[in-house]
Design a protein around this ligand. Structure first.
Ligand code: FA5
Ligand code: MG
Length: 452
């Protein structure tokens, strides 16, 4: 596992991230352009759509502690081991996560902070908002840095016995009802009762089910509140197109798909019906009791949920391309105000500039596609990082458009289409040709392929 992007950094000078120095090794794959994103902290900008959305959610949960300044550099222990993620789990792959070295990484999810906040900060109810980092494809809805919010609630034996859970559920339901927008749990009926519990919870089912109800009610309350705010904005501005998008304005269709996370059982993914399609917005479940034990909370039962802020913000603010969140163009930033959900008015769209790149790879290694991981060969995410490194936010989309196996040489030809486009200005043909030339040179040098 030493091929690809790591060649530029492995064994070279120590890395600097957020003013700290880290030794590099064979695991190092963090690129300078990704490292430079760590100090942008978009969710801390009050007038940025991500900052606005974060604050609106914080305000919905007044009893919870808010943490939004936890640094993105974490140990692999925190990101994986503390969450009982097995050593062979794909999320640990160098093709999927950004490593500073074998034991240090940029967090790939906000769950990395669950144990730390429970055990060291002592909170039993908290929200963590943070930038997270994953190696991924390039298109309008994927960016290697995005933002997540984690919600955790742990209940003591007293809270489980004295009606606290039931009172909070009733209060949230009342708020949802008064807001006039209800989350409907289509396909949910009876599902909680059938959910398989952790072996550790055998004999405690009567105490676990109310925690499940509290989890689902909290998420319904959250979704109804956020979408209700959007509905009121659309009504107030004479653009009542929410009905068209959701199918109705007085209920938000929600459904729960059985999920699978190493750190929760049972687990769900929550989806919201939006413009006729189910949009996955959240993973959640009952926290593994081993994590509670490690936090010194043997007698607590808790729920955890994690959701992506960009996907929701793109829906709420009508933002068509995920790169816009990173724009420093005043024409983007000046459109938003803290505390309000408004509709983004796109400024003129500049023309796209597509360029193809074709190369030969040995056929055995040519299993292209996002899961094209081989131990030593070509991996698509290495190409993605290399293109981002050179073109930065001038790259809009990278897709495999053709593959062809040579009958005699045992080689496969892959052709990728790179679409260049600026969000905020016209680009010249010369500028794009120059970028494409640099991409070609680096692909040939670093990815172990032969250019056609
Ligand atoms: C997780 O990251 C889990 N940590 C969530 C969780 C927390 C489960 C607590 C249980 C308990 P997942 O990889 O599915 O799971 O991501 C969670 C959410 O982040 C998704 O539902 C989605 O909203 C968002 N998300 C994931 N990948 C991306 C991406 N590439 N771009 C934008 N949003 C993403
Ligand atoms: Mg998922």
């Amino acid at each position: 596992e030493t091929e690809g992007v790591s060649k530029t950094t492995a064994g070279s000078a120590p890395l600097q991230v957020l003013g700290q120095t880290f030794p590099t090794d064979a695991w190092t794959n963090l690129t300078p352009s990704i490292a430079s994103k760590t100090d942008r902290k978009l969710h801390l900008i009050p007038g940025h759509p991500l900052g606005i959305l974060k604050q609106l959610i914080f305000d919905q949960f007044p009893g919870y502690a808010y943490l939004d300044t936890l640094p993105p550099v974490v140990t692999t222990e925190a990101n994986f081991d503390s969450l009982l993620i097995p050593t062979d789990h794909p999320s640990r792959s160098r093709h999927d996560a950004y490593y500073l070295n074998a034991t240090t990484m940029l967090r790939s999810h906000t769950s990395a902070h669950q144990l730390e906040v429970l055990r060291d900060h002592g909170h039993r109810a908290f929200l963590v908002a943070a930038d997270v980092y994953r190696r991924d494809e390039i298109d309008a809805s994927h960016y290697p840095v995005f933002h997540q919010m984690e919600g955790v609630r742990a209940f003591s034996p007293t809270e489980r016995a004295d009606g606290t859970i039931q009172r909070e559920i009733a209060a949230m339901q009342e708020t949802i009802r008064r807001a006039g927008v209800t989350a409907t749990e289509d396909n949910l009926v009876g599902q909680s009762d059938r959910a398989a519990l952790q072996p550790e919870h055998t004999g405690q089912a009567d105490e676990v089910y109310p925690v499940i109800d509290h989890l689902k009610t909290s998420l319904n309350y959250w979704v109804a509140g956020i979408f209700g705010r959007m509905a009121r904005y659309h009504e107030a501005t004479g653009r009542p197109d929410l009905a068209e998008r959701l199918g109705t304005t007085d209920r938000i269709p929600v459904r729960w798909i059985e999920g699978n996370f190493p750190f929760t059982t049972p687990s769900w993914e929550m989806e919201v019906l939006y413009q006729g399609a189910w949009l996955e917005i959240c993973g959640c479940g009952i926290m593994k009791q081993k994590i509670m034990d490690d936090a010194g909370l043997q007698d607590h039962i808790g729920w955890a949920a994690g959701f992506g802020l960009e996907r929701l913000a793109m829906v709420l603010f009508d933002i068509p391309d995920i790169r816009l969140f990173w724009s420093e163009d005043p024409r983007f930033l000046e459109q938003f105000r803290p505390g309000t959900i408004t509709q983004f008015a796109p400024f003129s769209k500049y023309p796209p500039c597509p360029k193809d790149i074709s190369f030969w790879v040995p056929t055995l290694l040519a299993s292209a596609g996002s899961d094209a991981a081989t131990e030593t060969g070509f991996h698509e995410n290495d190409l993605m990082d290399l293109v981002r490194e050179i073109a930065q936010d001038l790259v809009e989309d990278v897709k495999l458009v053709d593959r062809f196996a040579h009958p005699k040489t045992g080689q496969t030809s892959l052709c990728y289409r790179i679409v260049y486009r600026s969000m905020d200005r016209s680009v010249t043909n010369e500028e794009i040709n120059e970028l494409q030339e640099r991409v070609r040179t680096r692909v040939a040098e670093q990815l172990g392929v032969t250019l056609r």
